[in-house]
Design a binder for this molecule. Structure first.
Ligand code: GDP
Ligand code: ZN
Length: 356
């Protein structure tokens, strides 16, 4: 797996994950032997990477103490191109005062408990990291405007479950449409679902689920994710309304991923808000993890022949037999359809590659 610099035609706001601060330059010292051993940085402090902006990482140190502060850092050269993303626990040295104009250095990244990734599309093996160390993903989808797409939610679910992250679902704009039909698609899943309308947002309920967690918010542009984030974190100031007044283009202005602290009397948690994702490629996902993320179907598929593709034409597939014998309820049938579509996407991808 390789890490790529951004491609600028991906208009999804993810360009802030790039490594643009480290363009390769001719290095006259490159061939000189190293005379000194690299410092061990035993004195490094560990801080939380809150966000990334043009090669500068804002890092919170002394979190939850009276000395808590956010400092600006840059990556140490020795880190080379390894990615540093929002949510990372960074080892930091240098000027840690946080005084304006100071710059500390990130010299290492603590092993991650999870890493949420995406690729530009399903045929793209190059992955981009979105967030480190999240343990929940809040998927935001609108009941209408824009129309909810079960397939997109399935993709988020696969990405979350592949990364070992617990998914949660919020359906917004239920004042505009009844989400019942849409939600039948997920009935068979172990998935907490919240519904939210213009004047009745379940802020306390959603908030309670955020306490003591690090929750990455994902959703297509325009679904009301920023509205929700602002209601949960009143200081967030995320831009809402997805038409940019200056350019007139339908692209919202919150273009980088940020960490925000949810605070309530009951406790605190981290909200990690990502820019609207136009595509959520799963090229990096191991296909066996896709089935595993459809938990109720995976149990049935244990009866499949070895190496079963579970595609619509798979011989003796236990899933297809269960469907034909009427053993699957409507939600499970819908999920099977979704699973087969995702698996078909991967089958096509591999055929394409073999043909080359
Ligand atoms: P984002 O692109 O997902 O961050 O979406 P925004 O939060 O910017 O919301 C997009 C538009 O939907 C804004 O005009 C919001 O006022 C509107 N909106 C958000 N939530 C609701 C809701 O529950 N009901 C209705 N009718 N509109 C909403
Ligand atoms: Zn099968």
């Amino acid at each position: 797996m390789s890490w790529l610099p951004p491609d600028d035609d991906l208009d999804d706001g993810f360009e802030d994950f790039d490594e643009s601060s480290i363009r390769t330059r001719p290095n006259p010292k490159a061939n000189r032997p190293r005379t000194k051993r690299r410092p061990a940085h035993d004195d490094a402090e560990i801080g939380r990477v809150l966000g990334v902006d043009r090669g500068r990482y804002s890092v919170m140190v002394d979190e939850d103490t009276p000395d808590e502060r956010v400092i600006t850092t840059t990556r140490a050269r020795e880190l080379r191109r390894s990615p540093i993303v929002t949510g990372d626990q960074a080892r930091v040295v240098g000027d840690m005062s946080g005084t304006t104009g100071t710059l500390a250095r990130i010299v290492g990244i603590v092993d991650r408990s999870s890493l949420l990734r995406r690729s530009a599309d399903d045929t793209d093996q190059v992955e981009r990291v979105i967030v480190a160390n999240a343990d929940q993903m809040l998927i935001v989808v609108a009941a209408a405007d824009p129309e909810p797409r079960p397939r997109l939610v399935d993709r988020y679910l696969v990405a979350a479950l592949d990364a070992g992250i617990r998914p949660l679902l919020v359906v917004t704009k239920t004042d505009l449409a009844d989400p019942t039909q849409f939600l039948t698609h997920f009935a068979g899943l172990d998935l907490r679902v919240f519904t939210s309308a213009q004047d009745t947002m379940p802020i306390d309920e959603i908030g309670a689920s955020l306490i003591s967690h690090s929750t990455v918010f994902v959703g297509h542009s325009g679904v009301g994710k920023s509205t929700l984030v602002n209601a949960l974190v009143p200081t967030a100031g995320r831009a809402t309304g997805h038409v940019n007044q200056v350019t007139g283009r339908g692209r919202h202005t919150s273009s980088s991923t940020v960490s925000l602290r949810y605070e309530s009397e009951a406790g605190t948690g981290w909200v990690i808000d990502t820019p609207g994702v136009r595509s959520f490629g799963l090229g990096h996902v191991d296909t066996s993890n896709i089935l595993a993320s459809f938990t109720e179907l995976a149990a049935i598929a244990q009866r499949c022949p070895r190496g079963c593709t579970h595609l619509a034409d798979a011989p003796d597939c236990a899933l297809i037999e269960a469907a034909e014998n009427g053993e699957l309820n409507p939600a499970e049938l819908s999920r099977l359809d979704s699973l087969q579509r995702l698996l078909q996407t991967f089958a096509d991808k591999h055929e394409g590659r073999d043909a080359k």
